[in-house]
Design a protein around this ligand. Sequence first.
Ligand SMILES: CC(C)(COP(=O)(O)OP(=O)(O)OC[C@H]1O[C@@H](n2cnc3c(N)ncnc32)[C@H](O)[C@@H]1OP(=O)(O)O)[C@@H](O)C(=O)NCCC(=O)NCCS
Length: 208
Amino acid sequence: MNIVIETPDDYKATTQLTFAAFETFHSPYLPPRDLPDEHYLVHIMRDSPAFIPELAFVGWQDGDIIANIMYTKSKIVRPNGDNLETITFGPLSVKPQFQNQGYGAEMVHYSLKKAHELGYGAVVIVGHPDYYSRFGFKPAKEFNLTMPEGETFDPFMALELEPGYLGTSGGVYYEDKIFHFEASDFRNWHEDVWSKRKFNPKDESEVI
Ligand SMILES: CC(C)(COP(=O)(O)OP(=O)(O)OC[C@H]1O[C@@H](n2cnc3c(N)ncnc32)[C@H](O)[C@@H]1OP(=O)(O)O)[C@@H](O)C(=O)NCCC(=O)NCCS
């Protein structure tokens, strides 16, 4: 797999790939849902000021994009009110027929290395603990971090790219507001743009 930065020419493929990857994905930590929405997140993320284009990667193999990962800026607000910049990845997607062959891990390792090279100090995510612990992610509570409502749970994890960056004073983690889109906006987009006209999961030549 050849990993490169995503370009606008790749947007259609990565959005479709995201839908395909999440279509059959069911998180044990979330209630069942009838429709994935990660493809909408990918679609709107690129227009967000929090989006980090230098950390949006696609993995190519034999002329196809088979994996992608995207990062946004996030932050921790310390108990004294100071802000600490962090970054957050997701969605991470691997084309269904290529899953469980190490490509997802390759995307994570590669992008974490690049993030460190770009000077970012820590990555905070909400994801599957069994999967992400293998990259060194630890429960966020080990860094005294909580979600905005004060809660902490196993999928809430953090990784220091720079040892000691998160320190011990903890704080509240805020992901970008892009993750909290209106369900009605997603439904409208999905019905108007995605389902009706411009996307057919069986035909990757269709346009978004
Ligand atoms: C999750 C995903 C990115 C992993 O990439 P991948 O290339 O399939 O996985 P890898 O080959 O790197 O790793 C395989 C391991 O991950 C585990 N794994 C795969 N998907 C997983 C998931 N959603 N949650 C937890 N573990 C998962 C496999 O069981 C396997 O475990 P093993 O090494 O103990 O046998 C990919 O399966 C995918 O796109 N899934 C659908 C979308 C998704 O779940 N995205 C991440 C949301 S947090």
